[in-house]
Design a protein around this ligand. Structure first.
Ligand SMILES: NC(=O)c1ccc[n+]([C@@H]2O[C@H](COP(=O)([O-])OP(=O)(O)OC[C@H]3O[C@@H](n4cnc5c(N)ncnc54)[C@H](OP(=O)(O)O)[C@@H]3O)[C@@H](O)[C@H]2O)c1
Length: 254
């Protein structure tokens, strides 16, 4: 609830699957009104149906975060149907093909940048405008970075570059948001068991050229962490959080 007893409104991008789905359901369980966005309507509708069976207040809006008009339409819907926004979870993202840098298609580079970086900017820009003018003022933006915001995997230039750039967005929004009570934090996740990460269980290239199976963690731990970040009062912020499968190769350089 906001300070005035109104239900908190959250927007989760990429809410039809994986981390976004788990976080949206977790927030619904905890009384948030959740707007779910993603390109495909069907998976969003499936989450809404699941939420409604549990008595949750969910709204699915098909949106491509790379498209400025689509994001503007999403925020028009949030304004008209929910009236405010308390939490934005910038979660939608994609990987690039695991190829040598010289073999990465320029269009694919642009698509990863559009999704992971420009998409986050467009949603943040719209949320910032709404949060600074609504009453009560302010809100929270949570960016989904990655362990790749700290260290690359082999053959991941586009993903690594965009996830490093998320850290810049998080810091810039934290600074510029201060005067409007807009806070911004980042969650850097390592190996949560989702479709995107399932290749870890089959074996993935390591820095030394070996292929190794990597441990995964339950995506519910991420949902719990995001809920914790969302639930803080605007006077407190988890600026950065790293949550990862404890024994994945990262700390210790392998
Ligand atoms: N799983 C992990 O271990 C891990 C680790 C570090 C970071 N992450 C980050 O976590 C986020 C979610 O990943 P995940 O593992 O949950 O994978 P996922 O299941 O593939 O989720 C990605 C979501 O993003 C949506 N999406 C992709 N492009 C979009 C676009 N242009 N506009 C709107 N929505 C779009 C997809 O839905 P549509 O296809 O319907 O649009 C999908 O629901 C990503 O940012 C990823 O980088 C994951």
């Amino acid at each position: 609830m906001t300070g005035t007893g109104i239900k908190k409104v959250a927007l989760v991008t990429g809410a039809g699957s994986g981390i976004g789905r788990a976080c949206a359901l977790k927030m619904l369980e905890h009384g948030y009104s959740v707007v779910l966005a993603g390109r495909r309507q069907a998976p969003l509708d499936a989450v809404v149906e699941e939420a409604q069976q549990l008595g949750g207040d969910a709204l699915a809006v098909a949106c491509d975060v790379t498209d400025a008009d689509s994001v503007a339409a999403l925020f028009d819907t949030i304004r008209s149907r929910r009236g405010r926004l308390d939490v934005l979870f910038n979660n939608a993202g994609r990987n690039g093909s695991p190829v040598d840098i010289d073999e990465l298609d320029v269009d694919e580079w642009r698509s990863v940048v559009d999704t992971n970086l420009t998409g986050v900017f467009l949603c943040t820009r719209a949320a910032f405008g709404l949060m600074k003018t609504q009453t009560p003022r302010g809100g929270r933006i949570i960016n989904n970075g990655s362990i790749s915001a700290h260290a690359p995997r082999p053959n991941s230039i586009a993903y690594t570059a965009t996830k490093h750039a998320i850290t810049g967005i998080t810091k810039a929004v934290s600074l510029d948001g201060r005067k409007y009570d807009i806070v911004c934090g980042q969650i850097d996740i390592g190996n949560a068991a989702t479709e995107m990460a399932e290749r870890m269980a089959r074996g993935v290239p390591q820095a030394n050229g070996e292929i190794a199976v990597e441990p995964l963690m339950d995506v519910q731990h991420v949902a719990d962490a995001v809920l914790h970040m969302a639930e803080l009062p605007l006077s407190a912020n988890v600026q950065f959080m790293t949550i990862m499968a404890s024994k994945m190769p990262f700390v210790g350089r392998g």
